[in-house]
Design a protein around this ligand. Sequence first.
Ligand code: SF4
Ligand code: F3S
Length: 106
Amino acid sequence: AYVVTENCIKCKYTDCVDVCPVDCFREGPNFLVIDPDECIDCTLCVAECPVEAIYAEDDVPDSQLDFIALNAELSKEWQPIIEKKDALPDADEWASVTDKLDELQR
Ligand code: SF4
Ligand code: F3S
């Protein structure tokens, strides 16, 4: 499955959502995840994300490995998002910030 990683936090641009053929994105307050049981590995979402937050599970950087389990966990708690919406208000300011995991709202 594909995995949403830290760069998405507090940005949530949602361009990824529009291209997913199986609607497997799930939405939290300031982050999206992919339901690993639904993703068909089509790769389409990767190029859509302006902050390059999405990786194939096998390509997730070492610093982001916790996000594999986090996508699996949170996708069972959060609701589907199937249409693009406005990014979060300060998305452009947060786009270049690293170590944002503490900002994740559940
Ligand atoms: Fe959806 Fe394809 Fe991205 Fe998986 S890889 S989340 S199926 S767009
Ligand atoms: Fe997040 Fe990128 Fe999608 S910022 S909402 S993974 S387009």
